[in-house]
Ligand binder design. Structure first.
Ligand code: BGC
Length: 725
């Protein structure tokens, strides 16, 4: 098989703006085919057909990487699509991630020109042992596609009646081959189809269809319309308080599909864009709107589901489902903040707070392997990490809690899946980020930087959890991880150990006084405790400070940076019941508040939709933002008690330590680990708690429950403990 590196880059000779181009080759195969392979990629998004049949099962190829340095190509077995005799191949290329909605602001940096481009080889082995290869080059023809507009944020314009009869030779361009690389991440695929749950008319008189679930993907629909008539399908995540179709939170992203008819009946689905939605609104629909003519298709990176959680609380179960949907909605080749407004970017902070949860729910090792390679490729020479990966040209650098994704994510992927290769590959990137901070210390504390702080916290105006506190907490935390990772890799990390010891001393002196964290916030206390920055003698008093802060407020006030650690800090200091109270709280603000308000995914804000029915400001209000879904790692790790053992990653040794509560009758969770299925469950009935632990073959485990510790071998083990024992 000849590789894609022998082909030439081709483009449509004119600037098509947002329209897609189709690249075509007719060819004859004189002999029976034994094996045929297509390798292809594009600057843009491409779809390929051979003899009018779709190539491959993936969508939105080639995915999104740092295109300046890394462009994935796909390899397809297309043997079954070819036949002896006349054949044709058609590859359409739309704009994709290469260019963004608000082009001036969002264009990926350093990419020349507006054009899309294609490169491909089709290698054919004949039954008689000979072979031939067709490569993109000047002999390919091209025409304008029926897709007259394609834009990740705005959607698509498809003109069924448009036919470009003017075939032109494709233009060969000089574009680098060095950026080409085989698919490193997961394929992006359609994973589920959802039917319409309800059709209704809003108070404003608009017809709206409800799929019952906020999701990321697109809608397949059947339509019949007159030639030239324009139908529009609009997408929204939510209705407003009055029950009307609500798109204000999309900002400039239109996420509309425009279908222009040709007089015939069509089955249509978008191919060059995706939408974040639960509701759709057909406008100017030329035929009767029938539920069975619309289907939502869920699209995300192909990952194996590994983690399950269930309890006696239907609301908590729905919260868990919402977290799963949050991951499904935002793991689309890149871990994005949200899938709907004109953002949809690989925000590092969001990925960092969610990575542990994500790695339990789905096997996302490959997904992060690819994204972390992008991260390393985007890191600045001074070690700073852009806020979003792939980087945008407006991007800043070096926000604590965001840039630390460079350290926290590879370490977590190592802990969950055990691969030292990924850790070894990322290690220089991890060190580079810690070195960046270290180079900017004054008196062993990091100064400067461009920080988001405890993003969207509820501590009132300003940043009571100061950025100076946060940046140094994260500096110490990332340094501690680099030390652990270096030791796993057998490297000398003594320099980092010295630095960490000095920074911890300086941190305690600067931020903790008389057993209290000076930033008097829940986030500050939780972070100081969880990151092990509180001197041993003062831990209990800081934990008491945290408890008092929660009692005084009556609820959590933490933002993006404090929330992942809040419940852990409580349960680690013997306050698991308070952690449960926060987890199971139903009033605003809380996780279950959103569930009771009808959420089917995780909101960006605790008060995305306020108790009085009004919305958080339109400028930033996503209803599918997984960050606060990070709480599932506490549900697995503490409620069900499936703990990772850092010395024995990938659950090679399992530690069960469930924390029960009188507020639930049962909890059960399972993770399909690299060593097999690990399960933990407890159920309370009539003063007895029944614990059940499943240990995979070849794995040993310890279980701590009801005041005792037992060693377990492979198999299922049950223990009944009287509550008063
Ligand atoms: C994103 C966040 C992100 C943040 C940076 C927002 O616009 O949606 O999730 O982390 O910017 O603070």
């Amino acid at each position: 098989m000849e590789s894609i590196f022998t082909a030439q880059w081709i483009k449509f000779p004119l600037d098509l703006d947002e329209g897609a181009a189709a690249f075509l080759l007719d060819f004859t195969l004189e002999k029976p085919v034994q094996k045929a392979t297509l390798q292809a990629t594009a600057l843009g998004i491409y779809t390929a057909e051979i003899n009018a049949r779709q190539v491959g099962g993936e969508v939105l190829a080639p995915g999104w990487t740092n295109y300046r340095k890394r462009l994935q190509y796909q390899t397809y077995d297309v043997t079954d699509l070819l036949a002896q005799g006349k054949n044709n191949i058609s590859i359409e290329v739309g704009r994709g991630w290469r260019m963004h909605a608000r082009e001036k602001d969002w264009l990926q940096p350093d990419l020349p020109g507006k054009s899309t481009a294609l490169i491909a080889t089709l290698s054919v082995d004949f039954a008689d042992g000979t072979s031939t290869t067709f490569r993109t080059g000047g002999d390919w023809l091209c025409k304008e596609s029926k897709t007259r507009g394609s834009n990740i944020y705005n959607g698509e314009i498809y003109d069924a009646g448009f036919e470009d009869r003017f075939l032109r030779p494709a233009q060969v361009i000089d574009y680098p081959h060095e950026i080409l690389m085989p698919l490193q991440g997961e394929r992006i695929v359609e994973t589920e189809r959802l039917p319409v749950q309800k059709i209704f008319t809003t108070p404003e008189g608009e017809l709206v269809l409800d799929f019952g679930q906020v999701l990321t993907g697109y809608v397949a629909f059947r339509i019949k319309s007159k030639k030239g008539s324009t139908a529009i399908l609009r997408h929204a995540e939510t209705l407003d308080t009055a029950g009307n179709f609500y798109t204000a939170n999309l900002r400039t992203a239109k996420q509309e599909i425009v279908f222009i008819g040709d007089g015939e009946a069509h089955s249509f689905k978008p191919r060059f864009s995706f939408q974040g939605f639960r509701y759709i609104q057909p406008k100017n629909w030329p035929c009767e709107v029938k539920a069975e003519d619309f289907e939502a298709i869920v699209v995300h990176s192909e990952m194996k589901r590994t983690g399950y959680f269930e309890s006696s609380s239907p609301l908590l179960n729905r919260l868990f489902e919402n977290i799963v949907w949050g991951q499904r909605g935002n793991f689309l080749d890149v871990p994005t903040d949200c899938p709907q407004r004109d953002e949809r970017l690989g925000w590092t902070g969001d990925a960092q707070v969610f990575v542990r949860t994500a790695s339990y729910i789905y096997d996302c090792e490959r997904f992060f392997d690819k994204w972390l390679a992008d991260l390393a490729s985007e890191q600045y020479a001074n070690g700073a990490v852009p806020h979003v990966i792939p980087r945008m040209h407006w991007d800043g650098e070096a926000s604590c809690g965001w840039a630390d994704a460079a350290v926290i994510c590879p370490w977590q992927i190592y802990l969950t899946y055990g691969s030292k290769e990924l850790l070894a590959r990322q290690f220089s990137s991890m060190c580079a980020w810690v070195d960046y901070m270290r180079a900017r210390t004054v008196g062993d504390l990091w100064e400067g930087g461009d920080h988001f702080g405890d993003w969207v916290h509820l501590d009132g105006n300003g940043n009571p959890t100061t950025k100076y506190f946060l940046q140094n907490a994260y500096f110490a935390y990332s340094a501690s991880i680099v030390i652990k990772a270096g030791k796993v890799l057998g490297l000398d990390v003594s320099g980092y150990e010295d630095q960490l010891a000095r920074t911890k001393t300086a941190f305690a002196k600067e931020f903790i006084q008389d057993g209290k964290v000076l930033c008097n916030t829940q986030s500050a206390c939780a972070i100081a405790l969880y990151f092990d920055l509180v001197p041993a003698a003062q831990k209990q008093s800081v934990a008491a400070q945290l408890e008092n802060l929660i009692k005084t407020k009556g609820h959590m006030t933490t933002g993006f940076l404090g929330t992942p650690y809040l419940l852990h800090a409580l349960s680690q200091s013997g306050r698991a019941q308070m952690a449960y109270d926060l987890l199971l709280r139903e009033e605003y603000p809380s996780w279950l508040y959103s569930v009771k308000a009808g959420a089917t995914t995780i909101w960006e804000h605790w008060d995305g939709m306020k108790p009085d029915g009004t919305m958080w400001d339109v400028s930033m209000n996503s209803f599918n933002h997984y960050a606060y879904g990070c709480v599932a790692d506490w549900m697995f790790g503490v409620a069900a008690g499936i703990e990772l053992d850092e010395e024995n990653p990938a659950f090679a040794v399992v530690r069960f330590k469930p924390q029960t509560t009188a507020r639930l009758d049962y909890v059960k969770a399972s993770i399909d680990t690299r060593h097999g299925l690990v399960q933990s469950a407890w159920a309370r009935k009539d003063g007895v708690t029944l614990y059940t632990f499943t240990v995979p073959d070849g794995v040993s485990a310890t279980a701590e429950f009801g005041g005792r510790t037992v060693l377990l071998n492979a198999g299922e083990h049950s223990f009944s403990i009287q509550d008063d024992e």
